[in-house]
Design a protein around this ligand. Structure first.
Ligand code: ARG
Length: 575
């Protein structure tokens, strides 16, 4: 259920009946303060202005025309024409009951879409680093949420699996296979890449061979393709280990690397040329964009084909956009990559649209994110200044979580403890990223994430187990509770309202690709539950009240668990 949606529809109807245009936005929002009701409609002022009416009088007309029987008890006009909406207690209780009983909270999107999510997207023969971590974690939370809302989600791992570097990588793989007859050193991809580069820079015969292999690879030579495929497979196998550890839903089936688009590129470039969009410039093919200016204030040139015939990152992204619309039949495509790629994405998509490859209705979005910084405010690096490998980062998280959990006195078995440590370690790394607005840089700080204080994974996971322990300690089966939810106390009512706002939080994530909206919601829900629990004793209450409160507790636990699951964070029953 989506209260905001229901109220928006109703108020909008009343506004139109009062003379507003049919596309008027009632601007229904959750209220910040109880005295302003549960929700506010702020659209009356703007609409009245358009109609040349007095805003308060127009607001009164809306109230006269509004049909909120059984939904709201009271509608107030405040200030210049704000409408405060006070929801009906029984209606809230009824909907809370429904949410508890319904599978998947009875949440369904009215218009499910096909949505491509381009995320993680590491590069072949390179270790995944922390920059890919953000894309992987944020993208996966958005994937899970969009799918939960009923959309058809296509995961696209846009792996960097093509380019001139493959000549040198193939030559080096060949050398290694000849010398050691094993793939041993490939376990360290970073070192492999570096060694290949060193040979390329220092050994002319090797470099010659590498250049030769690039040409062969591009012309589809069997041997080079086999070697190339080996490199891709080994890399993706490594990455899959990271995905599994991170509890990320990507599998090897989701790889849609840059090479997938190779067959489309010559045709696209020829087409851009025939449409007069791409012109020859110093031997290369360039699209000049008036919308972007270079340093001299002239239209910026975007190269789509190099002098030597090679294609570029931009050409591939034009093809990818076209493919996602034409072949995957998507309504929407989101690319999760860092903010430094913003201009690149905008340019690729502007060219895509100018060429008419996708219609206006096809939404291309770049939910970019900031950099991951160390505590010192500088880019996150190892102590010696190298890039931090994801694997090492997760190993450290495990160690630190072990320390955190061991410091608590609990009656966990060794097996239970191991599960808690793992959930807390991975959960902390993910949640600390997900809970921040992705558009800003983010400071990675172990001490702030691995703590039970504040908006952290351990706090949220503990909030969940605390509710579960109410049921466990009293040996109560939540599914066998009789009666219904009743809302008598203000704190019961407040908790019910918060619980019924789950779908609104999910829609926030879905609309803007911003998981921090869900984190913030869950954190507030945990707080609302705590105040309820303090004010309203559960187990000592008389039977009806006790069952009603247990049901509210059960719905809170169910919501926390589902919410954390959509963020890709595990819950445990005991910690
Ligand atoms: N492989 C790229 C990188 O490591 C990210 C790809 C993002 N997706 C895209 N369609 N350009 O920076």
């Amino acid at each position: 259920m989506n209260i905001q949606q229901i109220l928006s529809d109703k108020i909008k109807q009343a506004m139109v009946a009062s003379g507003a245009e049919s596309d008027v936005d009632p601007l229904v929002r959750q209220s910040g303060k109880p005295e302003f009701g549960d929700y506010q409609a702020n659209g009356a002022m703007g609409a009245a202005k358009k109609l040349g009416m007095n805003p308060r009088e127009f607001a009164q007309k809306i109230l006269d025309n509004a049909n909120l029987n059984g939904i709201a008890d009271k509608l107030d006009i405040a200030g210049p024409g704000f409408i405060n909406i006070f929801l009906n207690q029984e209606w809230l209780a009824q909907n809370a009951n429904n949410a508890l009983q319904a599978v998947d909270f009875d949440i369904k999107t009215a218009n499910p879409q096909t949505i491509v999510i381009d995320y993680s997207s590491p590069n072949v023969a390179k270790e995944m680093h922390v920059g890919h971590l953000r894309s992987t974690i944020i993208g996966d939370a958005v994937v899970r949420t969009l799918a939960f809302l009923g959309n058809h989600v296509i995961r696209a791992n846009h792996v960097g699996d093509w380019g001139t570097q493959f000549g040198m990588l193939i030559a080096y793989l060949e050398k290694m296979e000849n010398e050691h007859a094993s793939e041993m050193e490939l376990s360290d991809l970073e070192a492999f890449y570096r060694a290949a580069k060193e040979h390329y820079d220092s050994d002319e015969a090797f470099a010659e061979k590498a250049r030769n292999y690039v040409v062969k690879l591009q012309s589809g030579d069997e041997y080079c393709l086999t070697m190339w495929k080996k490199l891709v497979d080994i890399t993706m196998h490594h990455n899959q280990e990271n995905y599994n550890r991170l509890n990320v839903t990507l599998t090897e089936k989701d790889v849609m690397g840059e090479s997938l688009y190779n067959p489309m590129l010559p045709e696209i470039v020829a087409d851009l040329k025939s449409k007069g969009l791409a012109v020859e410039d110093d031997g290369a093919l360039v699209v000049f964009l008036d919308e972007f200016k270079n340093k001299d204030g002239d239209p910026m040139g975007v190269i789509v084909q190099k002098k030597d015939g090679g294609f570029l990152y931009t050409t591939t992204d034009i093809a990818a956009a076209k493919y996602r619309y034409e072949t995957l039949k998507a309504d929407r495509a989101l690319v999760f990559s860092d903010s430094r790629q913003a201009q690149h994405m905008q340019q690729a998509w502007l060219i895509t649209r100018k060429a008419g490859y996708v219609p206006e209705s096809f939404s291309l979005e770049h939910p970019f994110f900031g950099m991951m910084l160390g505590k010192d405010g500088k880019p996150f690096k190892t102590r010696s200044g190298g890039t931090v490998k994801l694997k090492d980062l997760l190993d450290e998280a495990m160690e630190r979580a072990e320390t955190l959990i061991s410091a608590r006195s609990t009656d966990l078995t060794a097996e239970e403890k191991a599960a808690v440590v793992e959930a807390v370690a991975i959960g902390s790394v993910k949640y600390s990223d997900l809970s921040k607005n992705r558009t800003t840089d983010y400071v990675f700080d172990w001490d702030n994430m691995l703590t039970f204080e504040g908006n952290t994974a351990p706090y949220m996971q503990y909030a969940y187990t605390r509710i579960r322990s109410i049921f466990a300690r009293a040996s109560i089966d939540e599914n066998a509770l009789s009666g219904t939810i009743q809302l008598k106390e203000p704190k019961e009512r407040a908790l019910a309202v918060k619980l019924l706002q789950f779908e609104e939080a999910l829609n926030g994530v879905a609309k803007d690709g911003m998981p921090h909206i869900l984190c913030q919601y869950l954190y507030e829900l945990a707080g609302t539950f705590s105040s309820f629990y303090e004010a309203c004793p559960i187990l000592n209450a008389e039977e009806d009240t006790k069952n009603s409160r247990l049901k509210l507790a059960a719905l809170t636990a169910k919501t926390l668990k589902q919410g954390l699951d959509l963020l890709g964070i595990k819950t445990i029953e005991k910690m």
